[in-house]
Design a protein around this ligand. Structure first.
Ligand SMILES: *[C@@H]1O[C@H](CO)[C@@H](O)[C@H](O)[C@H]1NC(C)=O
Ligand SMILES: *[C@@H]1O[C@H](CO)[C@@H](O)[C@H](O)[C@H]1NC(C)=O
Ligand SMILES: *[C@@H]1O[C@H](CO)[C@@H](O)[C@H](O)[C@H]1NC(C)=O
Ligand SMILES: *[C@@H]1O[C@H](CO)[C@@H](O)[C@H](O)[C@H]1NC(C)=O
Length: 317
């Protein structure tokens, strides 16, 4: 309400100043997009441009406001400057001849993200323009929490990876060869009271088939990697044959009736196995005695993708 009253007053002032002064003589050039770093200073750049007709202009009013917020963020009027705590002109000793009316946000918060309006009234005319602030908070190095605490390769357990940032990114798990896990666990998203996102992803580990190294990487909203953390398991018993080779399979496959279906499985091997060769592969189905595939390998590739004819009952592993 106060600002409506104020605007009427301003228009009255402008009317009395003469009809030759209005939008045309004053422009505000604003940077349309600004990126602010969380907890750092952000600047919303706006500069007044006068047309040649305006002689020795003086700024009477500057108002910075946000859509949906009643109270202006910053207001200069009748020689008096008021602002909400944490906001000011970017120019430290701004005066009413200074065309740089950029707004400074001292400590950027997620809630500062949004559209801003800058209104300027001078004795040579008035105008308004808009600008936007997007906030980013770099995702930190993830933490990996094992469950149980003293996770042992011979029993089942899980690793939970977490990282916090803004805007929403994603987490991905990688194996020791930096290959992405075939079956990525779902990423849960929580919000901190400051509006940041906590991403969380829990990888289940099957006892007896554990790997020596698990890496969790965090990617920002643009898809760039921001940080990673690795979990290196106990260092112990990597020597038994059982754990030096792993087969990673997609846990669920859906097949279309009468179409080809593929059950995806890929072999991973421990770092101490040099140039390993596959000797044999067997595919069996539960409850069926005869193997579907049983080969002694000479020349099969590392990838075990096989094509099965789709029959009812073979669509799931
Ligand atoms: C608003 O800012 C943009 C970008 O600087 C500029 O192109 C446009 O002319 C401005 N509009 C007004 C009304 O000043
Ligand atoms: C406005 O003032 C700030 C603070 O002095 C400065 O960093 C910025 O570059 C100025 N903007 C323009 C467009 O001159
Ligand atoms: C800023 O955020 C808006 C809305 O989320 C988005 O559309 C726009 O692309 C973002 N701009 C930049 C430069 O990141
Ligand atoms: C697969 O074939 C090999 C060699 O012919 C044989 O020793 C083995 O028992 C077979 N495996 C199954 C599960 O039938």
């Amino acid at each position: 309400m106060a600002s409506a009253g104020f605007l009427l007053l301003t228009l009255a002032v402008l009317n009395s100043a003469g009809s030759s002064q209005g939008y045309g003589f004053v422009k505000i050039h604003c940077k349309t997009q600004n990126i602010g770093q969380y907890e750092q200073e952000s600047r919303l750049d706006c500069v007044i441009h006068y047309s040649g007709e305006v002689k020795d202009p003086e700024i009477l009013v500057v108002i910075w406001s946000r859509e949906g917020f009643e109270e202006p963020i910053l207001k200069y009027e009748n020689g008096k400057l008021t602002s909400l705590p944490g906001y000011s002109f970017a120019e430290p000793s701004w005066n009413n001849k200074n065309v740089n009316v950029s707004l400074l946000i001292h400590k950027t918060a997620v809630k500062d993200e949004g559209d801003y309006t800058c209104y300027v009234c001078t004795d040579g005319g008035f105008n308004t323009n808009q600008t936007r602030l997007n906030v980013t908070a770099k995702y930190g190095v993830p933490t990996i929490q094992p469950q149980p605490q003293d996770i042992d390769l011979s029993t089942d357990g899980s690793l939970t990876c977490k990282s916090t940032g803004y805007p929403k990114g994603r987490l991905s798990w990688f194996d020791k060869d930096n290959k992405p896990w075939l079956d990525q666990p779902e990423v849960e998203v929580l919000k901190t009271e400051n509006g940041l996102f906590i991403l969380s992803s829990t990888l289940k580990i099957q006892g007896g088939s554990a790997f020596s190294k698990y890496t969790c990487k965090v990617f920002n909203a643009r898809g760039d990697e921001e940080a990673e953390e690795s979990f290196i398991s106990g260092g112990s018993s990597q020597s038994h044959a059982q754990s030096s080779v792993e087969i990673h399979c997609k846990t669920q496959n859906v097949g279309q009736y009468d179409q080809q279906s593929r059950l995806d499985c890929v072999i991973h091997h421990a770092e101490d196995l040099e140039d390993p060769e596959i000797v044999a592969i067997t595919w069996m189905k539960e409850g069926v005695e005869e193997p579907y595939l049983n080969t002694t390998m000479e020349n099969l590739h590392r990838c075990l993708d096989i094509h099965l004819l789709n029959r009812p009952g073979t669509t799931r592993t």
